[in-house]
Design a protein around this ligand. Structure first.
Ligand SMILES: Cc1ncc(C[n+]2csc(CCOP(=O)(O)OP(=O)(O)O)c2C)c(N)n1
Ligand code: SF4
Length: 283
């Protein structure tokens, strides 16, 4: 009886996500056991459901990569585009359909490697998009090469003796470039991640959430965390809540929480104002 109750509770808890999964799609997903991408995907779907957004009000756009597979599984209007160009496609979609909520899901390579220039300019423009960057410190899909966010000295297939480059801080980059809302979460702190997403979905302008995630297949086992559980424990032990007034933490740990929350007009609003003014003969 107890196990039956537990099973029913589990099914009920999972129900909102189930209803956002693309019918007829083959499951399980392509993601490896223990990968963090599924956690991020589920949290995005629960956020959409919790905010009461219908399936035709939200679009999901991605580039290429393990993270980029998300729209394939979501029962939402979707674009699975080219590597590094998701924000460019999403910008076009948002300008054509300004009433639609547009979520862009990218790996760290997609977002700040090949797509780095698009990332900077989407932030500078304060483009009305929600960018979820799954930072697993590596190029997952192509076999575990160094990405711009690979930590110094980390071992990857292209840095077998240790990475020589300092990593980009994705969240700080977004904040410096002008994004309205910037936060960092992890796949360990799932409830907190859900709250960050709820905020990001309700802001105007460019909202960015960097999610520290795990790639057990290509990163953890070569860098002292042989299992997904070990990688999650690292997220627990090596991150701290963001201190008031700044993203940096003197202990060298990674900060999580809201880094920036400001109220600049988003690009869609500015564009509308420009059109109105032009229609009135203003400029
Ligand atoms: C223009 C172009 N360059 C390179 C590739 C090969 N490629 C596919 S996915 C990928 C990197 C994926 O890493 P990331 O974006 O961090 O996402 P993850 O797989 O880790 O989620 C690369 C280099 C490609 N598909 N297109
Ligand atoms: S290769 Fe890494 S990022 Fe890609 S699905 Fe497997 S664990 Fe996840």
């Amino acid at each position: 009886m107890l196990s039956q109750l537990t099973a029913e509770k589990t099914i009920t808890a999972a129900a909102p996500v189930q209803s956002y999964l693309r019918p007829g799609k083959r499951f399980p997903t392509v993601w490896c056991p223990g990968c963090g991408i599924g956690t991020v995907f589920g949290t995005i779907l629960r956020t959409i459901d919790g905010l009461g957004l219908s399936k035709d009000e939200v679009a999901m756009v991605s580039g290429i990569g393990c993270t980029g597979r998300m729209p394939v599984y979501a029962d939402l209007p979707a674009m699975h585009t080219t590597h590094g160009r998701a924000l460019a496609f999403a910008t076009g979609l948002k300008l054509a359909q300004p009433g639609m909520t547009v979520v862009v899901v990218m790996g760290d390579g997609d977002a700040v490697g090949i797509g780095g220039n698009h990332f900077l300019h989407a932030a500078r423009r304060n483009m009305d998009l929600i960018a979820i960057v799954v930072n697993n410190s590596i190029y997952g899909m192509t076999g575990g090469q160094c990405s711009p966010s690979t930590p110094l000295a980390a071992k990857t297939t292209t840095s077998i003796n240790g990475n020589l480059d300092d990593p980009i801080d994705i969240a700080e980059l977004a904040a410096a470039a002008g994004a309205n809302f910037v936060a960092r979460g992890t796949t360990y702190h799932v409830v907190a991640l859900h709250k960050l997403m709820e905020q990001a979905f309700q802001r105007k302008g460019f909202s960015v959430i960097e999610v520290v995630s795990q790639c057990p297949t290509h990163f953890g086992r070569f860098n002292g965390a042989p299992s997904p559980v070990e990688m999650l424990k690292r997220q627990r032990d090596e991150t701290v809540p963001v201190t008031a007034g700044g993203a940096s933490d003197k202990s060298g740990k990674i900060t999580r929480g809201v880094l920036i929350d400001r109220d600049r007009a988003g690009y869609v609003e500015r564009y509308r104002q420009l059109m109105l003014s032009a229609a009135e003969g203003g400029r």
